[in-house]
Design a protein around this ligand. Structure first.
Ligand code: 5HY
Length: 241
């Protein structure tokens, strides 16, 4: 199995950490290639950054050869529907994957993301995926995406105290980590707090392996039908279907 993991922001150090988390979760025989675009935002925090990260994501998909599945390694599931329209193979967003895993192990979960500017887009995804009856709240630990990799940011402690609040105030029975940059914290936070703390990168890789194993492909009979051939002008002529 060959899985292409795309970090839609342009920060290579974050892509390396995402690749490590994906390989740590992958089964023997699954090869992981982790990439990021060379144009677009250094991190995705809110709607504006999201808009400018999608062309780079699509460009990385078009470059990929012989992949059996794509993983979009941004918790906003950036450009997920457009990506599924382009690809025949499964395309899995780490946000949707982690939420599915949470509902398999708990009646109620909370999401802990980076900044509050990211919260509305994630709340929208919770509703879009039909998890609003199972998700207590989308919380922000107020640590910027790129500060997550800086030990001096106190990110782990801030996420940890948000978990305590989610358990007390939301009745959370599981926690979903709301950023690809939090992947390496899942295991130790699970031990510390005595409940499942779920990382989307690992969740998406395992779901990709399951879907490839089942021979499941993206349906092309409706919303994810291939885009109709047409001209794209100017900067995006390369993206013309
Ligand atoms: C992520 N941003 O997973 C999201 C998290 C967020 O660059 N990678 C990003 O804050 O929305």
């Amino acid at each position: 199995m060959h899985v292409t993991v795309i970090n839609p922001n342009t920060t290579a150090s974050m892509t390396r950490a995402i690749g490590e988390a994906a390989r740590a979760a992958a089964a023997a025989g699954t090869t992981i290639v982790a990439t990021n675009p060379d144009s677009g935002p250094a991190s995705i925090e809110g709607y504006y950054d999201e808009v400018f990260s999608i062309p780079g994501l699509i460009a990385e998909m078009k470059k990929a050869r012989g992949t059996d599945a794509f993983v979009i390694a941004c918790f906003d599931d950036t450009g997920l529907d457009g990506a599924r329209s382009l690809a025949d193979v499964p395309v899995i967003g780490i946000g949707e994957a982690a939420m599915h895993m949470a509902t398999l192990v708990a009646t109620r979960f909370s999401v802990i993301t980076t900044l509050k500017v990211s919260v509305p887009a994630l709340e929208h995804n919770v509703r879009k995926y039909g998890f609003d009856a199972r998700c207590g709240r989308v919380r922000a630990c107020e640590v910027p995406v790129l500060a997550l990799e800086d030990p001096a940011s106190g990110a782990r402690a801030k996420i940890s105290s948000e978990i305590v609040r989610a358990k007390d105030e939301d009745g959370a029975e599981a926690i979903v980590l709301g950023c690809a940059g939090m992947a390496e914290l899942a295991a130790s936070l699970t031990r510390e707090h005595g409940l499942p703390v779920i990382d989307g990168v690992a969740s998406a890789v395992k779901l990709a392996e399951a879907m490839i194993g089942l021979g499941l492909k993206t349906s092309k009979v409706g919303g994810y039908a291939p885009p109709r051939a047409k001209a794209y002008a100017g900067t995006f002529a390369w993206a013309a279907p």
